[in-house]
Design a protein around this ligand. Structure first.
Ligand SMILES: [Mn+2]
Length: 337
């Protein structure tokens, strides 16, 4: 699976890493781990993303390799582009234009199920809990030991993509790799507080506003919250930040409610653009619905940037969820019989 990637690494010198826009702990953690491997091999590395790096992940950029994509900057020296945690060109936004360069070698490493990868070389393992966990295998195959920095990136990727070891993706292997990271010096307590205990007061106030206006549908099984520019202004946040704001804590909290099987957060980016974030429980597969809306993700965690109004996306989501919600209710009543 990794032979081709190892060959590409050996044969080139200038590497550019990237991940999907609105990068998460897996995209950034795995980039951190791959950066270490490439530097150990004496390569030059840039990590470029078409979104800013969320503040809480900055500590993972140990070598200052991160830069936000800037159209006026030249990326011509890159020989190889490695895309992590995505397999579609539209997921890397404006960086996808670089793939048109005929002499650029493109590789993608991902754990989302892919129908038609859009890069020259692909390593896809839908059973892997995170891309960071896949890179752990690459280290082993290259005969490299993890250093503490790489282990910290891999641990971050697993912690974030398994919902702190709670999702169905939390396999024995996930725990085994985490065990090795801890053995190398990763501090679970410190990591938890760095990654999950970083809310600002305005973020908490934003949550209060989202809760106030929440809607419950289908016998309280679907919970929808909206955030608008006005809400940001009310808590002293710049509305322009709404799109990139880390609001996972809202979704995670909403999932704690026992009857709820699907939680949805809609942020109005402008009157005709809505960022949609969805999480589900009870094995409810929300990925196809989000793909229909032009997005992607996993069975139980997916998102999309929808072109239309908040009201129209809400209608589409509720309509699309109806048959599935019915199915979940049928199977749960069968269980209880
Ligand atoms: Mn991932």
């Amino acid at each position: 699976m990794w032979r081709e990637v190892k060959r590409i690494i050996d044969q080139h010198h200038h590497f550019m890493l990237t991940t999907h826009s609105h990068p998460d702990g897996d995209g950034i953690g795995s980039s951190c781990a791959l950066t270490e491997l490439l530097l150990l091999k004496g390569k030059s590395v840039r990590f470029v993303c078409d979104s800013p790096m969320p503040e809480k992940f900055r500590f993972l950029d140990y070598h200052g390799c991160f830069e936000q994509y800037e159209p006026s900057i030249s990326y011509d020296e890159a020989e190889v582009l490695i895309v992590l945690d995505a397999h579609r060109r539209d997921r890397i936004d404006r960086l996808s234009a670089l793939c048109e360069r005929a002499d650029l070698v493109t590789v993608c490493v991902d754990h989302h199920k892919a129908r038609a990868p859009e890069f020259q070389h692909t390593v896809i393992d839908p059973h892997a809990c995170s891309v960071g966990a896949m890179l752990y295998t690459l280290y082993k195959e290259c005969g490299f030991d993890l250093n503490l920095r790489a282990a910290t990136g891999i641990y971050t990727s697993i912690l974030c993509d398994t919902g702190r070891f709670s999702y169905a993706s939390t396999t024995r292997k996930a725990h085994k790799i985490a065990d090795e990271c801890i053995k190398l010096g990763v501090d679970p307590d410190l990591m938890y507080s760095r990654l999950f205990e970083q809310l600002s007061l305005p973020q908490l106030q934003l949550f209060a506003l989202a809760l106030k206006g929440m809607g419950l549908y289908y016998n309280n099984s679907v919970l929808i919250q909206e955030l608008h520019h006005e809400d940001c202004k009310n808590v002293g946040l710049d509305p322009a930040e709404l799109e990139n704001l880390d609001l996972d804590y809202i979704l995670e909290f909403d999932k704690l409610v026992s009857d709820v099987v699907c939680v949805i957060l809609l942020r109005e980016i402008d009157p005709l653009t809505v960022r949609v974030s969805v999480r589900s429980k009870a094995d409810l597969n929300i990925k196809p619905l989000l793909q229909e809306l032009g997005g992607g993700g996993h069975r139980c965690a997916a998102g999309a940037l929808f072109h239309g109004t908040v009201a129209s996306v809400k209608d589409k989501l509720l309509e699309g969820l109806a048959p599935q919600i019915e199915a979940v209710h049928c199977s749960s009543s069968q269980h209880s019989r």
